[in-house]
Write a protein that binds this ligand. Structure first.
Ligand code: F6P
Length: 381
């Protein structure tokens, strides 16, 4: 629907990007900025390095010139950080900076703060909204794990990059008759490994939502060898775990959820931290185990930050632009305390309370999981 008349009085918007960067952040900043400035006649101020920028009054005024030419640029012109308003390290000390942020919001005469971020940012934005600020968020992350939105921007680009890597690994794995285990980002969700695994034709896809049995994977690889194919590509999400490790982690998490006093909370947190530390070498351990069980040589490729860097894909540019533009529409309507979610071809405002603290994991009956299984992909179970 075409936007109607410019009904609002001039409003001043603050905008920041928080959490890990992801392709499409600049496209979203431009989408908010161009609609706010050009269509509604509002003003917009960027704050640098996430929530810290609002604490330190570190700004980047945004105008036609600063917004020009950024659509295709990776990263974020505003910089980002994982700083949390209520637990920020200032002069070496962890402090609650919420009050300072509220004060600075007023000082700059803001009518709204737009926060571009993933799951953590949704929680932080809700805290600021509860502290009295008008807040709107946009869902970004390559992990695609933000609740209540069809998609997050950054995911499509990262999936393209991971797919291209899997494509390239095929020829070298084939030439050397090797197993190549490719570790794909995604935090505790399997969207990126699953999507790129299907698109790249990985033989095995392992996701955190489905604990794996290494014997089952080895069996699938041996079966391929028996049919004359003595190479395999294993796409493993960074958060994927063996059944034993998943059991230990879920036990520790349950302990934390049940813990009543500080001491038992501390001990459960310590247990989780130890398990996370042990998990770090998991992909390398998995490759070694597969080598032993199948007698095929194995290699590991950790895709890492290339998945987050560089220019956004066309799909992410479109998604980020339409979410950004929709945020300016909502500001014009004085509709705050929401995340602008992607819903089909449109967008919809979702109250932050419904998003914060939730994670969109891959449902085990999701069509992507079924599709992978139906084309003969081993899911490790
Ligand atoms: O959430 C995005 C993400 O790239 C995850 O896929 C990954 O686990 C994490 O960020 C890496 O975080 P950092 O940039 O802090 O190393």
């Amino acid at each position: 629907m075409a936007k109607s008349s410019k009904t609002s009085k001039v409003k001043r918007i603050g905008i920041l990007t928080a959490g890990g960067d992801s392709p499409g952040l600049n496209a979203a900043i431009r989408g908010v900025g161009k609609t706010a400035l050009g269509f509604y006649g509002m003003e917009i101020i960027g704050f640098r390095d996430g929530f810290r920028g609002l604490v330190e009054n570190n700004r980047l005024p945004l105008d036609r010139h600063t917004l020009a030419g950024i659509l295709t640029v990776g990263g974020t012109i505003l910089g980002t950080s994982r700083d949390k308003p209520h637990r920020m390290v200032i002069d070496g000390k962890t402090q609650d900076m919420t009050e300072t942020i509220v004060k600075n919001y007023d000082k700059w005469g803001l009518d709204c703060l737009v926060c571009l971020g993933g799951g953590g940012t949704q929680k932080n934005a809700l805290r600021l909204h509860q502290a009295g600020l008008n807040v709107i968020t946009l869902p970004k992350t390559i992990d695609n794990d933000v609740a209540m939105t069809d998609a997050t921007f950054g995911f499509a680009t990262a999936m393209d990059i991971a797919t291209e890597t899997i494509d390239r690994l095929h020829s070298t794995a084939h030439s050397h008759h090797r197993i190549i285990v490719a570790e794909i980002m995604g935090h505790r969700a399997g969207w990126l490994a699953l999507g790129s695994g299907i698109a790249g034709g990985a033989d095995v896809i392992l996701i955190p939502e489905l604990a794996y049995d290494v014997e089952k994977i080895a069996e699938a690889i041996r079966r391929r060898s028996q049919h004359g194919t003595n190479f395999s590509i294993v796409a493993v999400a960074e958060g994927a775990m063996s059944r034993d490790d998943a059991r230990a982690m879920s036990g520790a998490e349950k302990k934390l959820a049940r813990a009543k006093d500080i001491q038992s909370k501390k001990s459960a947190k310590k247990e989780i931290a130890e398990l996370e530390l042990r998990h770090q070498g998991n992909t390398i351990r998995l490759a070694k185990q597969l080598e032993e069980l199948t007698h095929l040589e194995s290699r590991v490729t950790i895709l890492g930050y290339v998945q987050r860097g560089g220019t956004p894909s066309a799909a992410d540019r479109v998604l980020a632009t339409r979410l950004g533009s929709a945020a300016a529409d909502l500001i014009n309507e004085n509709h705050f305390g929401v995340m602008v979610a992607a819903r089909g071809d449109g967008t919809t405002p979702v109250p932050l309370e419904k998003v914060a603290g939730k994670r969109k994991a891959v449902p085990l009956d999701h069509s992507w999981v079924q599709t992978a299984r139906h084309v003969g992909t081993c899911m490790g179970d």
